[in-house]
Structures are given as C-alpha cells and as structure tokens.
Design a protein around this ligand. Structure first.
Ligand code: SD4
Length: 338
C-alpha cells in the first residue's frame, strides 16, 4: 500500500468503511442477551433474564417478558392501554422462535395476554395470524378468560381528553413524554408505568434467537386498524442464522418496508445490528423525507453473536439491554436532526 492509499485506508477505517469493516466489527459473543424497546424494557428484560440465566429457551424468555408488561394494568401495553377512537382497547401481538415458527393476534379484545394467545396459535394451529372476533373465540376456546371491557384509569382520562378535539396526530416519542396523544406516554416521575409497544428479542445460551411484541397499538386509531406489531416481517422478525429485530413507532411506515425483515436481511449480508437498523431507517426516510420529520420509527436488533444495536428516525428512541455484563437503557442513534 503506498502512502496515499494507506492514508485513505486509515481515513476509511476510522469511518468504519474500509474493506469488510461494515461487517460485524467484533468477534465477541454475547450470550445470553435480551434487548427491548423503550425504558420499560428494563423490567421486561429482568423477567426474561430469569429464564435466560437459568439456561432457559429464548422463546420462553420473550413470552415471559411480554406477559409481565401485559400484567401492568396501569400501562399502555395490554388491557391497560389506550383505546381506539371508539373507546375500545384492541391488542396486537406476535411471537417467533428459532425455527421460524410464529403466531400472532390482531385487534384482539378483552384478553389479558395476547402474546400467549399468539404462542398458542403458533403451537396448536396451522395458522400464523388470527384477528378480531375469531382471535377472541380461539382464545376463549383455549382456556383464556374474557376480561371486562373497562378502560384503565389513565386510559379513560386520556380518552376523555382526546374526545375534546378528536384530533389524530401521532406525537413523536410520546412514550418518553408526559402528556396525551395517540401514543401512550412512558414512565411518569410518580412511578406509574405508562408506555407503548413492547418488542423484545433474545439469544439464549444454546445460541437460539426468538422475539415477541405486544401492544395496544396507536392510541385513538380507527377501530380495526392493525399496526406493524403483529405482522411477521414488519414488527418482528427472527432468523436463527442471521439475527432478530423488532420495531416501535408508526406502524404503517414499518409495514411499508417490511422493516424487521429488512433489518435481518441486512445482518445476513454482514452488516452490524446497528448499521442494519440504520439502513432500514434510511429506507423510510428516503421515501418521504419531509414526512419522516413528523414521525418516529425505531428498530432494535441482535445478531447471532449477541451483538446488538438500534437506530431511529429521530432523537428520543431508547432501548434496554440485559446481558451478564450490561443492564441499562441506551439512547438510540438517529438519522434526522429536527
Ligand atoms: C403501532 N408500532 O401500532 C405500533 C405503535 C408503537 O410506540 O410502536 N408505538 O403502529
């Protein structure tokens, strides 16, 4: 290498662009690991970790984590979540394992653990996705009980507030803000746990990947609207050879690009989890840069080695990581400075 080429190589190296350095930068293995969307992922990770740290399976870990947050009645995942514009809470969830087995429910009403209904669909039917009344019927026939159709206190309050204007305008990162909006607010200072979509992905000690998502979806949505969360390849995708990814934010934008499938395919090509997420975000922004300034989407990803990363359209997306060494919330990098 002559001096000029060498200089150029070093410059590119420092940008992470030289040679094959877009591939996973470190050979380090990180097993087991669980990562989740938002700050509320900390408590979800803690539950999932109980399974992972005792050599349990990733699929059990992600279901356990998702069920934990669905139990929180004062939060916006599960039945405590914000309703649609007709005042009805409708839940979306999915789950996927290391063998590409998957199950999902959409627009499910009055059932406390949509993620477990999704798992039941995965394990005991030839189908992937059940929706609406049929999903509820399936749940009731399989031992789930019908819960009252009442709103949680915080959801009732937010809904009444929303009815004053009935304006539908997604608010960026409302998960991390106090206030009302079509996305449920996240943790409040008083400790109440209000937040939105929970997506989590895990790699177990055996080296198998799995993921789960659970949400009440966008608040004040049209009745019957289904977001990205229960759509395999949009809100969640797992490929045991390449990696796993999940998303949060405006589901329509994620569905349009088959977001998490795209992230996983980028990891298969050798991109690190962070760069894979970034490239998917770029796809959304490129389609309509002006619109992208008005919305938020964040992806998180883990590859087969347990390397992890995230990327969002704009500032404010955070994610939670738990390994033997790490137990913290990270700020996601982002593409658009608003
Ligand atoms: C949806 N992706 O229903 C969900 C909403 C969400 O943080 O993730 N909010 O479109």
């Amino acid at each position: 290498m002559n001096a000029m080429n060498r200089k150029k190589f070093l410059q590119l190296s420092s940008l992470g662009l030289a040679g094959l350095s877009f591939r996973n930068p470190s050979p380090l293995s990180n097993k087991p690991i669980v990562i989740s969307t938002w700050e509320s992922g900390m408590q979800v990770n803690a539950e999932a970790w109980k399974v992972l740290s005792t050599n349990g399976k990733a699929i059990d870990a992600v279901e356990t984590g998702a069920r934990h947050i669905e139990n929180e009645l004062n939060c916006c995942v599960g039945l405590g979540g914000y309703p649609d514009r007709d005042g009805i809470v409708t839940l979306d969830a999915c789950i996927m394992d290391e063998k590409s087995n998957c199950g999902a429910v959409a627009a499910l009403e009055q059932i406390k653990h949509p993620v477990s209904v999704a798992r039941k669909i995965m394990e005991s039917t030839p189908h992937v996705l059940l929706a609406g009344a049929g999903a509820q019927q399936f749940a009731l026939e399989n031992g789930f009980t019908k819960e009252p159709a009442t709103l949680s206190e915080s959801a009732d309050h937010a809904y009444r507030d929303w009815l004053k204007t009935s304006q539908y305008k997604p608010i960026i990162n409302i998960e991390n803000k106090k206030g009302n909006g079509p996305f449920a607010p996240a943790f409040f200072e008083d400790g109440s746990a209000n937040h939105d979509t929970m997506g989590l992905i895990a790699l177990d000690t055996k080296g198998d990947l799995s993921g789960a998502v659970t949400t009440s979806g966008m608040a004040f949505k049209l009745h019957g609207r289904v977001g990205d969360s229960p759509i395999i390849g949009a809100g969640l995708f797992v490929d045991n050879e390449a990696g796993a990814a999940t998303s949060s934010g405006v589901g329509e934008e994620v569905i349009r690009i088959c977001g998490t499938h795209l992230v996983v395919e980028f990891m298969r090509q050798g991109y690190s989890p962070e760069l894979a997420c970034k490239k998917a975000v770029e796809r959304i922004v490129k389609r309509d840069p002006a619109k992208a300034r008005e919305l938020q989407v964040g992806f998180i990803a883990v590859n087969k080695k347990g390397q992890y990363g995230a990327y969002a359209i704009q500032k404010g997306f955070v994610y939670s990581v738990k390994t033997d060494q790490v137990n913290k919330v990270f700020d996601s990098k982002y593409l658009v400075e608003v």
